[in-house]
Design a protein around this ligand. Structure first.
Ligand code: PEP
Length: 250
């Protein structure tokens, strides 16, 4: 069931970053140029910086992505951005269904699936997030809940398209707590089995990222777990040295 998959390390800057952040981007760009790395690197800055970061990373091995998109191609959606806008700004990926958006904007699995389908239709790779609350983890239902969530959030896709899945336990995001490698192993294996059941061979190739307080000190252990095909990194993606530590661990 397991295949050789190039890991993906994606940085989610959330609502952080300004002109000074370009220094960090330049450091990552220079280190990628000077070192051989076994990972695809993606930086997802706030929408206002997406174009500038994409230009800064032009001809670099790193790519950029947005943190959200609307499912509709255009229209009366104040404050939103479409997939075509993401693409025009240079973004090749988009994070959809992050738990912070599921919570703050009451995004349902159906909403997330529609956004992911729109991303695919516009030539952008969706990074589809899922993850359980502490309450669900403690109830012993984490695997059932997360598998149901991810299957309901993933659209169908064809051979020319790619989707990425990110498992992020909500209680581990920005808290400094990480899931144990045993829990991550169990969850990622369950997600892999569900993806294979739903998508067949294509499901065996989907990258499943782990996210939740990943840092240089724990990256090697987490990235070494079977079916962990990369990381979605929040806080530690803001500083080039930390982000580089995670990239090199891959
Ligand atoms: C995230 O928000 O996607 C995330 C994983 O954040 P952090 O790494 O800060 O926990």
């Amino acid at each position: 069931m397991t295949q050789k998959i190039t890991p993906l390390i994606a940085g989610n800057w959330k609502m952080n970053g300004d002109a000074g952040s370009f220094l960090e981007v330049e450091v990552i760009k220079d280190r990628l140029a000077a070192n051989e790395v076994n990972a695809q690197v993606v930086i997802c800055p706030p929408a206002t910086l997406l174009h500038r970061v994409s230009v800064a990373l032009h001809e670099s091995a790193a790519k950029t992505g947005a943190q959200n998109c609307h499912a509709a191609p255009s229209g009366a959606h104040t404050g939103d951005i479409s997939v075509a806008m993401v693409r025009e700004a240079g973004g090749e990926y988009v994070i959809v269904g992050h738990s912070e958006r599921r919570e703050s904007y009451v995004e349902s699995n159906a909403d997330v699936k529609a956004k992911a389908a729109a991303a695919l239709g516009g030539g952008v790779v969706p990074i589809i997030c899922c993850g359980e609350s502490l309450e669900i983890r403690e109830s012993g239902k984490a695997i059932d809940v997360v598998v149901a969530q991810i299957i309901a959030s993933c659209p169908d896709f064809d051979q020319s398209q790619e989707i990425v899945v990110a498992y992020e336990p909500i209680w581990a995001i920005g808290t400094g707590k990480t899931a144990s490698s045993g829990d991550v192993d169990e969850m990622h294996n369950a997600i892999r089995a569900a993806l294979v059941e739903r998508f067949g061979d294509a499901g065996a190739k989907i990258k499943i990222l782990y996210g939740g307080s990943v840092k240089p000190a724990n990256a090697e252990e987490l990235l070494g777990v079977e079916n962990v095909n990369g990381a979605l990194v929040g806080g530690a993606s803001l500083k080039a040295d930390d982000f580089w530590g995670i990239i090199s661990a891959a």
